[in-house]
Ligand binder design. Structure first.
Ligand code: GLN
Length: 452
Protein backbone atom coordinates (compact mmCIF):
# COMPACT_ATOMS: atom_id res chain seq x y z
CA UNK A 1 0.00 0.00 0.00
CA UNK A 2 2.89 2.40 0.67
CA UNK A 3 4.14 1.66 -2.87
CA UNK A 4 0.68 2.33 -4.26
CA UNK A 5 0.49 5.61 -2.33
CA UNK A 6 3.90 6.61 -3.73
CA UNK A 7 2.68 5.79 -7.24
CA UNK A 8 -0.74 7.49 -7.29
CA UNK A 9 -1.09 9.97 -4.44
CA UNK A 10 0.70 12.72 -6.35
CA UNK A 11 -2.40 12.77 -8.56
CA UNK A 12 -5.13 11.81 -6.06
CA UNK A 13 -3.87 13.69 -2.98
CA UNK A 14 -5.86 11.55 -0.56
CA UNK A 15 -3.20 11.91 2.16
CA UNK A 16 -2.01 14.95 4.07
CA UNK A 17 0.60 12.88 5.87
CA UNK A 18 1.99 9.40 5.27
CA UNK A 19 3.72 7.80 8.24
CA UNK A 20 5.70 5.27 6.21
CA UNK A 21 8.31 4.44 8.83
CA UNK A 22 5.84 4.12 11.70
CA UNK A 23 3.52 2.05 9.49
CA UNK A 24 6.28 -0.38 8.53
CA UNK A 25 7.41 -0.64 12.16
CA UNK A 26 3.86 -1.35 13.34
CA UNK A 27 3.26 -3.90 10.56
CA UNK A 28 6.53 -5.67 11.44
CA UNK A 29 5.53 -5.83 15.09
CA UNK A 30 2.17 -7.38 14.19
CA UNK A 31 3.88 -9.86 11.83
CA UNK A 32 6.20 -10.94 14.62
CA UNK A 33 3.42 -11.32 17.14
CA UNK A 34 1.32 -13.26 14.60
CA UNK A 35 4.27 -15.63 14.13
CA UNK A 36 4.73 -15.93 17.88
CA UNK A 37 1.01 -16.45 18.46
CA UNK A 38 0.75 -13.33 20.64
CA UNK A 39 -1.02 -11.04 18.17
CA UNK A 40 -4.18 -9.20 19.27
CA UNK A 41 -7.26 -11.38 18.83
CA UNK A 42 -8.56 -9.24 15.99
CA UNK A 43 -9.73 -10.13 12.51
CA UNK A 44 -7.99 -7.05 11.16
CA UNK A 45 -4.54 -7.42 12.79
CA UNK A 46 -1.93 -6.33 10.26
CA UNK A 47 -4.41 -4.65 7.89
CA UNK A 48 -3.48 -1.08 6.92
CA UNK A 49 -5.87 1.85 7.31
CA UNK A 50 -6.16 5.52 6.29
CA UNK A 51 -7.25 7.82 9.13
CA UNK A 52 -9.12 11.07 8.57
CA UNK A 53 -7.00 13.95 9.82
CA UNK A 54 -9.63 15.00 12.37
CA UNK A 55 -8.76 12.22 14.85
CA UNK A 56 -5.75 12.83 17.06
CA UNK A 57 -2.56 10.80 16.74
CA UNK A 58 0.53 11.23 18.93
CA UNK A 59 2.92 10.01 16.22
CA UNK A 60 1.57 12.08 13.30
CA UNK A 61 0.34 15.66 12.84
CA UNK A 62 -3.39 16.42 13.14
CA UNK A 63 -4.33 19.43 11.04
CA UNK A 64 -8.11 18.98 10.52
CA UNK A 65 -7.41 20.35 7.04
CA UNK A 66 -6.69 23.78 8.54
CA UNK A 67 -3.69 26.11 8.55
CA UNK A 68 -4.55 27.00 12.13
CA UNK A 69 -3.33 23.56 13.28
CA UNK A 70 -0.42 23.22 10.86
CA UNK A 71 2.40 21.33 12.55
CA UNK A 72 0.41 20.60 15.72
CA UNK A 73 1.23 17.31 17.44
CA UNK A 74 -1.59 16.16 19.74
CA UNK A 75 -0.47 15.04 23.21
CA UNK A 76 -2.87 12.08 23.19
CA UNK A 77 -4.46 9.53 20.85
CA UNK A 78 -8.20 9.63 20.10
CA UNK A 79 -10.06 6.62 21.50
CA UNK A 80 -10.66 5.47 17.91
CA UNK A 81 -6.90 5.69 17.26
CA UNK A 82 -6.11 3.70 20.43
CA UNK A 83 -8.65 1.03 19.51
CA UNK A 84 -7.17 0.69 16.02
CA UNK A 85 -3.69 0.31 17.46
CA UNK A 86 -4.85 -2.22 20.06
CA UNK A 87 -6.41 -4.31 17.27
CA UNK A 88 -3.07 -4.42 15.43
CA UNK A 89 -4.29 -2.22 12.58
CA UNK A 90 -1.51 -0.27 10.86
CA UNK A 91 -2.24 3.43 10.39
CA UNK A 92 -0.74 4.42 7.04
CA UNK A 93 -1.33 8.14 7.42
CA UNK A 94 -3.84 10.97 7.75
CA UNK A 95 -6.31 11.80 5.01
CA UNK A 96 -7.35 15.10 3.48
CA UNK A 97 -10.64 16.77 4.38
CA UNK A 98 -12.55 20.02 4.14
CA UNK A 99 -11.30 22.38 6.82
CA UNK A 100 -12.81 21.40 10.19
CA UNK A 101 -15.07 18.93 8.31
CA UNK A 102 -17.16 21.69 6.72
CA UNK A 103 -17.82 21.04 3.06
CA UNK A 104 -19.05 18.46 0.57
CA UNK A 105 -16.16 18.28 -1.88
CA UNK A 106 -12.81 18.40 0.01
CA UNK A 107 -12.08 21.62 -1.90
CA UNK A 108 -12.18 23.62 1.35
CA UNK A 109 -9.05 21.88 2.62
CA UNK A 110 -6.32 24.43 3.31
CA UNK A 111 -3.90 21.97 1.68
CA UNK A 112 -5.53 21.70 -1.75
CA UNK A 113 -8.29 19.41 -3.03
CA UNK A 114 -8.39 15.62 -3.26
CA UNK A 115 -9.22 14.28 -6.72
CA UNK A 116 -11.71 11.53 -7.45
CA UNK A 117 -9.87 8.39 -8.66
CA UNK A 118 -12.75 7.74 -11.11
CA UNK A 119 -12.05 11.07 -12.88
CA UNK A 120 -9.24 13.27 -11.63
CA UNK A 121 -11.04 16.45 -12.71
CA UNK A 122 -13.88 15.72 -10.28
CA UNK A 123 -14.31 16.03 -6.52
CA UNK A 124 -14.41 12.88 -4.35
CA UNK A 125 -17.18 14.24 -2.12
CA UNK A 126 -16.57 15.68 1.33
CA UNK A 127 -15.70 16.41 3.93
CA UNK A 128 -14.02 12.99 4.08
CA UNK A 129 -12.95 12.91 0.44
CA UNK A 130 -9.43 11.81 1.37
CA UNK A 131 -10.54 8.63 3.15
CA UNK A 132 -12.96 7.67 0.36
CA UNK A 133 -10.45 8.40 -2.42
CA UNK A 134 -7.78 6.35 -0.62
CA UNK A 135 -10.14 3.35 -0.76
CA UNK A 136 -11.19 3.90 -4.38
CA UNK A 137 -7.56 4.35 -5.50
CA UNK A 138 -6.52 1.14 -3.66
CA UNK A 139 -4.16 3.11 -1.45
CA UNK A 140 -5.77 1.53 1.64
CA UNK A 141 -8.33 -1.26 2.15
CA UNK A 142 -9.88 0.42 5.21
CA UNK A 143 -10.39 4.00 6.34
CA UNK A 144 -12.00 6.03 9.09
CA UNK A 145 -14.23 9.01 8.39
CA UNK A 146 -16.45 11.30 10.42
CA UNK A 147 -20.00 12.21 9.55
CA UNK A 148 -21.63 15.39 10.85
CA UNK A 149 -24.05 15.87 7.96
CA UNK A 150 -22.98 13.21 5.47
CA UNK A 151 -19.18 13.37 5.30
CA UNK A 152 -18.76 9.58 5.39
CA UNK A 153 -21.75 8.62 3.22
CA UNK A 154 -21.63 11.22 0.44
CA UNK A 155 -17.93 10.61 -0.38
CA UNK A 156 -18.64 6.85 -0.29
CA UNK A 157 -21.41 7.33 -2.87
CA UNK A 158 -19.18 9.47 -5.10
CA UNK A 159 -16.27 7.02 -5.06
CA UNK A 160 -18.16 3.71 -5.26
CA UNK A 161 -17.18 2.67 -1.73
CA UNK A 162 -18.98 1.76 1.51
CA UNK A 163 -19.36 4.30 4.33
CA UNK A 164 -21.18 3.98 7.64
CA UNK A 165 -22.40 6.70 9.99
CA UNK A 166 -23.03 4.84 13.27
CA UNK A 167 -25.67 5.77 15.83
CA UNK A 168 -24.75 8.99 17.64
CA UNK A 169 -22.76 7.93 20.71
CA UNK A 170 -21.92 4.54 19.22
CA UNK A 171 -18.29 5.43 18.54
CA UNK A 172 -16.32 7.61 20.96
CA UNK A 173 -15.73 11.27 20.08
CA UNK A 174 -12.78 11.54 22.50
CA UNK A 175 -9.93 12.97 20.43
CA UNK A 176 -12.19 13.78 17.49
CA UNK A 177 -11.58 17.50 16.88
CA UNK A 178 -15.09 18.93 17.20
CA UNK A 179 -17.04 20.45 14.36
CA UNK A 180 -20.60 20.27 15.76
CA UNK A 181 -20.56 18.13 18.91
CA UNK A 182 -24.22 17.11 18.85
CA UNK A 183 -23.88 15.81 15.26
CA UNK A 184 -20.28 14.51 14.87
CA UNK A 185 -19.81 10.76 14.62
CA UNK A 186 -16.80 8.70 13.50
CA UNK A 187 -17.38 5.58 11.46
CA UNK A 188 -15.90 2.89 9.22
CA UNK A 189 -15.17 3.21 5.48
CA UNK A 190 -14.27 0.21 3.33
CA UNK A 191 -14.78 -1.39 -0.07
CA UNK A 192 -17.21 -4.06 1.19
CA UNK A 193 -19.95 -4.13 3.81
CA UNK A 194 -18.28 -6.98 5.71
CA UNK A 195 -14.99 -5.06 5.94
CA UNK A 196 -16.91 -2.06 7.31
CA UNK A 197 -18.63 -4.33 9.86
CA UNK A 198 -15.32 -5.80 11.07
CA UNK A 199 -13.95 -2.29 11.53
CA UNK A 200 -17.18 -1.06 13.16
CA UNK A 201 -16.93 -3.67 15.92
CA UNK A 202 -13.34 -2.62 16.64
CA UNK A 203 -13.95 1.13 16.94
CA UNK A 204 -17.43 1.02 18.53
CA UNK A 205 -18.42 0.79 22.18
CA UNK A 206 -18.75 2.78 25.37
CA UNK A 207 -16.03 5.22 26.38
CA UNK A 208 -16.09 6.93 29.78
CA UNK A 209 -13.97 9.74 28.23
CA UNK A 210 -16.94 10.82 26.06
CA UNK A 211 -19.98 11.92 28.05
CA UNK A 212 -22.32 11.31 25.09
CA UNK A 213 -21.03 7.78 24.48
CA UNK A 214 -23.79 5.17 24.75
CA UNK A 215 -23.32 2.57 27.48
CA UNK A 216 -24.60 -0.40 25.48
CA UNK A 217 -23.00 -3.28 23.60
CA UNK A 218 -21.89 -2.66 19.99
CA UNK A 219 -24.60 -4.06 17.65
CA UNK A 220 -23.57 -7.45 16.21
CA UNK A 221 -22.87 -6.08 12.76
CA UNK A 222 -20.38 -8.72 11.58
CA UNK A 223 -22.89 -11.50 12.18
CA UNK A 224 -25.55 -9.38 10.43
CA UNK A 225 -23.33 -8.74 7.40
CA UNK A 226 -22.59 -12.48 7.11
CA UNK A 227 -26.31 -13.23 7.32
CA UNK A 228 -27.07 -10.60 4.68
CA UNK A 229 -24.43 -11.99 2.33
CA UNK A 230 -26.60 -15.11 2.01
CA UNK A 231 -28.94 -12.92 -0.04
CA UNK A 232 -32.27 -13.52 1.67
CA UNK A 233 -34.18 -10.48 2.92
CA UNK A 234 -37.54 -12.10 3.44
CA UNK A 235 -39.36 -10.56 6.39
CA UNK A 236 -37.45 -7.28 6.10
CA UNK A 237 -39.53 -4.15 5.43
CA UNK A 238 -37.75 -1.45 3.43
CA UNK A 239 -39.31 2.02 3.52
CA UNK A 240 -38.84 4.43 0.63
CA UNK A 241 -38.86 7.98 1.97
CA UNK A 242 -41.15 9.88 -0.39
CA UNK A 243 -39.52 13.24 0.40
CA UNK A 244 -36.04 11.95 -0.55
CA UNK A 245 -36.70 10.96 -4.14
CA UNK A 246 -37.79 12.52 -7.40
CA UNK A 247 -37.29 16.23 -7.86
CA UNK A 248 -33.73 17.48 -7.46
CA UNK A 249 -32.11 14.11 -8.13
CA UNK A 250 -29.96 13.56 -11.24
CA UNK A 251 -31.60 11.17 -13.72
CA UNK A 252 -28.97 8.41 -13.40
CA UNK A 253 -29.05 8.68 -9.61
CA UNK A 254 -32.83 8.18 -9.61
CA UNK A 255 -32.62 5.29 -12.15
CA UNK A 256 -30.05 3.43 -10.05
CA UNK A 257 -32.20 3.99 -6.97
CA UNK A 258 -35.27 2.54 -8.71
CA UNK A 259 -33.16 -0.44 -9.85
CA UNK A 260 -31.97 -0.93 -6.24
CA UNK A 261 -35.59 -1.12 -5.07
CA UNK A 262 -36.32 -3.85 -7.63
CA UNK A 263 -33.20 -5.69 -6.49
CA UNK A 264 -34.25 -5.49 -2.82
CA UNK A 265 -37.66 -6.89 -3.74
CA UNK A 266 -36.00 -9.72 -5.63
CA UNK A 267 -34.03 -10.53 -2.48
CA UNK A 268 -37.34 -10.97 -0.66
CA UNK A 269 -37.71 -7.60 1.06
CA UNK A 270 -41.09 -5.91 1.26
CA UNK A 271 -40.80 -2.40 -0.16
CA UNK A 272 -43.25 0.16 1.25
CA UNK A 273 -43.56 3.92 0.88
CA UNK A 274 -43.24 6.12 3.96
CA UNK A 275 -43.51 9.85 4.45
CA UNK A 276 -41.27 12.09 6.53
CA UNK A 277 -42.89 15.51 6.07
CA UNK A 278 -40.33 17.51 8.09
CA UNK A 279 -37.26 16.25 6.22
CA UNK A 280 -37.71 19.15 3.80
CA UNK A 281 -36.70 21.53 6.61
CA UNK A 282 -33.66 19.43 7.59
CA UNK A 283 -31.15 21.35 5.51
CA UNK A 284 -32.27 24.72 6.89
CA UNK A 285 -32.24 23.48 10.49
CA UNK A 286 -28.84 21.83 10.08
CA UNK A 287 -27.24 24.93 8.60
CA UNK A 288 -28.31 26.88 11.71
CA UNK A 289 -27.49 24.27 14.36
CA UNK A 290 -24.13 23.28 12.90
CA UNK A 291 -22.74 26.85 12.57
CA UNK A 292 -24.01 27.66 16.07
CA UNK A 293 -22.02 24.79 17.54
CA UNK A 294 -19.04 25.60 15.31
CA UNK A 295 -18.98 29.21 16.50
CA UNK A 296 -18.65 27.96 20.06
CA UNK A 297 -16.29 24.99 19.44
CA UNK A 298 -13.84 26.94 17.31
CA UNK A 299 -13.44 29.67 19.93
CA UNK A 300 -10.66 27.54 21.42
CA UNK A 301 -8.36 28.35 18.50
CA UNK A 302 -7.21 31.53 20.17
CA UNK A 303 -3.50 31.63 19.21
CA UNK A 304 -2.56 30.78 22.79
CA UNK A 305 -3.27 27.09 23.06
CA UNK A 306 -2.51 25.34 19.77
CA UNK A 307 -0.84 25.61 16.41
CA UNK A 308 -0.56 28.87 14.53
CA UNK A 309 0.21 32.18 16.20
CA UNK A 310 0.51 35.43 14.27
CA UNK A 311 2.33 37.88 16.55
CA UNK A 312 0.81 41.04 15.14
CA UNK A 313 -0.36 43.77 17.49
CA UNK A 314 0.17 44.69 21.11
CA UNK A 315 -2.77 42.99 22.85
CA UNK A 316 -3.96 39.40 23.21
CA UNK A 317 -7.10 40.35 21.26
CA UNK A 318 -5.07 41.67 18.34
CA UNK A 319 -2.90 38.53 18.21
CA UNK A 320 -6.04 36.40 18.39
CA UNK A 321 -7.73 38.32 15.56
CA UNK A 322 -4.63 38.21 13.34
CA UNK A 323 -4.20 34.48 13.95
CA UNK A 324 -7.82 33.61 13.22
CA UNK A 325 -7.82 35.86 10.16
CA UNK A 326 -4.77 34.05 8.76
CA UNK A 327 -5.52 30.55 10.04
CA UNK A 328 -9.17 29.99 9.06
CA UNK A 329 -10.40 29.66 5.47
CA UNK A 330 -13.48 31.43 4.03
CA UNK A 331 -16.01 28.60 4.65
CA UNK A 332 -15.00 28.29 8.31
CA UNK A 333 -15.29 32.05 8.76
CA UNK A 334 -18.69 32.06 7.02
CA UNK A 335 -20.03 29.43 9.44
CA UNK A 336 -18.59 31.13 12.55
CA UNK A 337 -20.33 34.36 11.52
CA UNK A 338 -23.61 32.55 10.72
CA UNK A 339 -23.52 30.69 14.04
CA UNK A 340 -22.69 33.76 16.09
CA UNK A 341 -25.62 35.54 14.46
CA UNK A 342 -28.04 32.64 15.02
CA UNK A 343 -27.07 32.50 18.71
CA UNK A 344 -27.19 36.25 19.37
CA UNK A 345 -29.79 37.28 21.93
CA UNK A 346 -32.10 39.09 19.50
CA UNK A 347 -32.23 36.20 17.01
CA UNK A 348 -31.79 33.11 19.18
CA UNK A 349 -35.49 32.19 19.33
CA UNK A 350 -36.12 32.89 15.65
CA UNK A 351 -33.17 30.87 14.36
CA UNK A 352 -31.43 28.49 16.77
CA UNK A 353 -34.54 27.84 18.89
CA UNK A 354 -36.69 27.25 15.82
CA UNK A 355 -34.10 24.92 14.29
CA UNK A 356 -34.03 22.83 17.47
CA UNK A 357 -37.81 22.41 17.23
CA UNK A 358 -37.46 21.20 13.64
CA UNK A 359 -34.82 18.77 14.86
CA UNK A 360 -37.33 17.27 17.30
CA UNK A 361 -39.93 16.95 14.53
CA UNK A 362 -37.45 15.16 12.29
CA UNK A 363 -36.75 12.71 15.11
CA UNK A 364 -40.51 12.08 15.34
CA UNK A 365 -40.73 11.55 11.57
CA UNK A 366 -38.05 8.86 11.88
CA UNK A 367 -39.88 7.20 14.79
CA UNK A 368 -43.12 7.09 12.78
CA UNK A 369 -41.36 5.77 9.68
CA UNK A 370 -39.51 3.07 11.63
CA UNK A 371 -42.86 1.86 12.94
CA UNK A 372 -43.69 0.99 9.32
CA UNK A 373 -40.30 -0.25 8.09
CA UNK A 374 -37.12 -1.87 9.48
CA UNK A 375 -34.85 0.32 7.36
CA UNK A 376 -35.42 3.40 5.22
CA UNK A 377 -33.74 3.97 1.86
CA UNK A 378 -32.94 6.87 -0.45
CA UNK A 379 -30.23 7.87 -2.88
CA UNK A 380 -27.21 8.95 -0.77
CA UNK A 381 -26.53 12.14 -2.76
CA UNK A 382 -28.63 13.97 -5.35
CA UNK A 383 -25.83 14.01 -7.95
CA UNK A 384 -22.71 12.11 -8.94
CA UNK A 385 -19.27 13.67 -8.38
CA UNK A 386 -19.21 17.19 -9.82
CA UNK A 387 -16.23 18.89 -11.50
CA UNK A 388 -13.62 20.54 -9.28
CA UNK A 389 -14.41 24.26 -9.06
CA UNK A 390 -18.09 23.82 -9.96
CA UNK A 391 -19.68 24.76 -6.62
CA UNK A 392 -16.76 26.12 -4.65
CA UNK A 393 -18.01 29.73 -4.89
CA UNK A 394 -21.67 28.86 -4.37
CA UNK A 395 -22.18 27.73 -0.77
CA UNK A 396 -25.91 27.13 -1.19
CA UNK A 397 -25.38 24.76 -4.12
CA UNK A 398 -22.74 22.97 -2.06
CA UNK A 399 -25.11 22.66 0.95
CA UNK A 400 -27.86 21.19 -1.26
CA UNK A 401 -25.74 18.08 -1.81
CA UNK A 402 -26.42 17.08 1.82
CA UNK A 403 -30.18 16.94 1.37
CA UNK A 404 -30.57 13.20 1.96
CA UNK A 405 -27.87 12.62 4.56
CA UNK A 406 -28.62 15.39 7.07
CA UNK A 407 -31.86 14.07 8.67
CA UNK A 408 -29.94 11.09 10.11
CA UNK A 409 -27.43 13.33 11.90
CA UNK A 410 -30.17 15.56 13.30
CA UNK A 411 -31.95 12.51 14.72
CA UNK A 412 -28.82 10.69 15.95
CA UNK A 413 -29.82 7.55 14.06
CA UNK A 414 -27.61 5.28 11.90
CA UNK A 415 -27.13 5.13 8.13
CA UNK A 416 -24.79 3.73 5.51
CA UNK A 417 -24.06 4.19 1.83
CA UNK A 418 -23.38 1.20 -0.43
CA UNK A 419 -22.45 1.41 -4.13
CA UNK A 420 -25.47 1.23 -6.47
CA UNK A 421 -23.74 1.15 -9.84
CA UNK A 422 -22.79 4.00 -12.16
CA UNK A 423 -25.07 6.65 -13.65
CA UNK A 424 -25.88 6.03 -17.32
CA UNK A 425 -25.20 9.64 -18.38
CA UNK A 426 -21.69 10.07 -16.92
CA UNK A 427 -20.41 6.63 -15.86
CA UNK A 428 -19.80 7.85 -12.29
CA UNK A 429 -20.71 5.91 -9.14
CA UNK A 430 -23.94 6.40 -7.18
CA UNK A 431 -24.86 5.26 -3.68
CA UNK A 432 -27.84 3.67 -1.98
CA UNK A 433 -28.45 5.10 1.50
CA UNK A 434 -29.82 2.65 4.08
CA UNK A 435 -31.04 4.22 7.32
CA UNK A 436 -31.78 2.44 10.61
CA UNK A 437 -33.04 3.41 14.07
CA UNK A 438 -30.56 4.25 16.85
CA UNK A 439 -28.56 1.11 17.68
CA UNK A 440 -30.37 -0.64 14.81
CA UNK A 441 -27.17 -1.14 12.80
CA UNK A 442 -27.55 -4.92 12.56
CA UNK A 443 -30.49 -4.87 10.17
CA UNK A 444 -28.84 -2.06 8.17
CA UNK A 445 -25.69 -4.15 7.65
CA UNK A 446 -27.81 -7.14 6.76
CA UNK A 447 -29.62 -5.24 4.03
CA UNK A 448 -26.38 -3.62 2.83
CA UNK A 449 -24.57 -6.95 2.55
CA UNK A 450 -27.49 -8.59 0.79
CA UNK A 451 -27.73 -5.76 -1.74
CA UNK A 452 -24.03 -5.12 -2.54
N1 GLN B 1 -21.34 18.75 3.97
C1 GLN B 1 -21.78 18.93 5.32
C2 GLN B 1 -21.28 20.25 5.86
O1 GLN B 1 -20.63 20.93 5.14
C3 GLN B 1 -21.38 17.76 6.15
C4 GLN B 1 -20.08 17.87 6.82
C5 GLN B 1 -19.75 16.66 7.65
O2 GLN B 1 -20.46 15.67 7.70
N2 GLN B 1 -18.64 16.78 8.38
O3 GLN B 1 -21.53 20.61 6.95
Amino acid sequence: HLDRIAAVDGDVHAFLHVGAEAALASATLVDESLAAGTAPASALAGVPLALKDVLTTTDMPTTVGSKILEGWRPPYDATVTSKLRAAGITILGKTNMDEFAMGSSTEYSAYGPTRNPWDLDRIPGGSGGGSAAALAAFEAPLAIGTDTGGSIRQPAAMTGTVGVKPTYGGVSRYGLVACASSLDQAGPCARTVLDAALLHEIIGGHDPMDSTSIDAPVPAVVEAARLGAKGDLSGVRVGVVRELTGEGYQAGVQENFDAALRELEKLGAEVVEVSAPHFQYGLAAYYLILPSEVSSNLARFDAMRYGLRVDKGASAEEVMAATREAGFGPEVKRRIILGTYALSSGYYDAYYGQAQKVRTLIGRDFAAAFAQADVLVSPTAPTTAFPIGDKVDDPLAMYLNDLATIPTNLAGTAAMSVPSGVAAEDGLPTGLQIMAPALGEAVMYRVGAAYE
